[in-house]
Each structure stands twice: as structure tokens, then as C-alpha cells.
Design a binder for this molecule. Structure first.
Ligand SMILES: [Zn+2]
Length: 230
């Protein structure tokens, strides 16, 4: 009978095990013992309690109380982040920033950190701003280095400017990249000073083109400048 497979007490137990794990982890109601904390979280995980998955993920990443295992860390933190656990989003965000256990991806990092910050995870706002500042600086450096020919955006940022006034507007953030409900776009002001999505440059009239992230420019040095101009 299916009813026999349902154990209403399981989640209660899972939560109690989680709380017990926390008290071992922080040494609050019990002497600090990382190995015991990990055992509690594992038992709680087995009963399907998501916050324990997050704690266990952090322990696998740091090697506290368990053998370090980045694959398990990423898997457990990823599961918890998928269920919008702010702490999991925060920790996974930091791992994406550095490339620990996952391919380094600063854009992904800043999105996760900003999400954690929005959900009020302590300190996430500072880290989100820090990573965002690094990305903005990189973006501005790229824009200055790339030829002023075409107005191009990728799915995550502006890739190239069409003319000097547009470059200046982008650097001053008078015109900004947004990920709108219709997809990536540039947001600026129309003639009446209202926020408006721009489909072309207000200065030179160049149309906004969508291009793959960084791809077009990585091989710049190998392209004949004359060919690159077309
Ligand atoms: Zn322009």
C-alpha cells in the first residue's frame, strides 16, 4: 500500500538532525565537532531536507568534517541554489568567481551573489558589488581597446561601441546594458528624457547588433585589419 511509504515524521526528524548538525558545527549547544556535524547533515539529507544539503555542500568544499570533494560540493550546493537557498547561492557564487570546482564565470558569479543579496544574505551585497566593479572595469577596458565601428551587445554585456559619443555614454553609464524581457538590449533616454530601449545609436544611427560574448574579438590579432573593417 502506498500509504506505508509515507513517513510524516521524517521531515521533523530531518529538521531536528539539521539543528543538531548546526550546534555541532558552531559549538552552540554541544562541543564543536565537525565530523559529528557532517554525520547529522548526511542523515538529514537522506530524509530530503534541503538546508542540510547546503551545509554538507559547504563542508565538502572546505573539507571540514569530511574529505574535501569539490564534485559533491558543487552538486549539493547546486541543488540547494536551485531551490533558491540564499546561502547556497552565495557560496556557489564565490566559487564561480574564482573557478573553484566549476569553470570560472564572473557573470554567473555576480548574478548569484546579487540574488543572494536581494534575499538578504549577510555580506552578499558587498561581494556582488565587488564582482560587478571588476566586470565593469573589464568591460570598459575592452570597449576602449576595440575598434569604434559597430554597436554590438552579447547576452551578458556591451561588446563594442560604434562611435566616440556612444563609447563615452557607455563608460559614463548614461547608456546601459539590460537583460530585458525581450532579451539583451541597451537602455538610454529618448528625446523627452524618458528611459527607452535603444535599437540604434542616438549619435551616429548605427543599429544594435547581437553577437556572441567576446568571441568576435578573441581572434582580433589574427584577422587582417582590412578584412576586420568590413
Ligand atoms: Zn554611434
Amino acid at each position: 500500500m502506498p500509504e506505508e511509504n509515507v513517513h510524516p515524521g521524517d521531515l521533523d526528524d530531518a529538521e531536528k538532525l539539521y539543528q543538531l548538525g548546526l550546534s555541532y558545527l558552531y559549538g552552540t549547544d554541544a562541543p564543536k565537532d565537525y565530523a559529528k556535524a557532517a554525520e547529522c547533515f548526511k542523515a538529514s539529507c537522506a530524509k530530503g531536507y534541503m538546508p542540510s544539503r547546503r551545509e554538507l555542500g559547504i563542508m565538502y568544499a572546505s573539507g571540514q568534517g569530511v574529505e574535501p570533494d569539490m564534485q559533491k560540493a558543487v552538486q549539493y550546493l547546486g541543488d540547494a541554489a536551485d531551490s533558491l537557498d540564499p546561502s547556497a547561492l552565495y557560496h556557489l557564487g564565490l566559487m564561480y568567481e574564482v573557478g573553484t570546482g566549476v569553470p570560472k564565470d564572473m557573470q554567473k558569479a555576480v548574478r548569484m551573489l546579487a540574488y543572494a543579496a536581494e534575499m538578504g544574505f549577510p555580506g552578499a551585497d558587498v561581494d556582488a558589488e565587488r564582482v560587478d566593479a571588476i566586470l565593469t572595469e573589464q568591460r570598459n577596458r575592452n570597449l576602449r581597446a576595440r575598434p569604434l565601428l559597430k554597436l554590438q551587445i552579447s547576452d551578458v554585456d556591451v561588446e563594442a561601441a560604434c562611435c566616440k559619443p556612444m563609447l563615452d555614454a557607455l563608460l559614463a553609464q548614461d547608456i546601459v546594458f539590460i537583460d530585458s524581457f525581450k532579451g539583451p538590449a541597451l537602455l538610454g533616454e529618448d528625446k523627452d528624457g524618458m528611459d527607452a530601449v535603444l535599437d540604434r545609436c542616438p549619435f551616429c544611427g548605427a543599429f544594435v547588433q547581437i553577437v556572441p560574448r567576446d568571441k568576435k574579438y578573441r581572434s582580433d590579432k589574427r584577422i587582417n585589419p582590412q578584412v576586420g573593417m568590413t
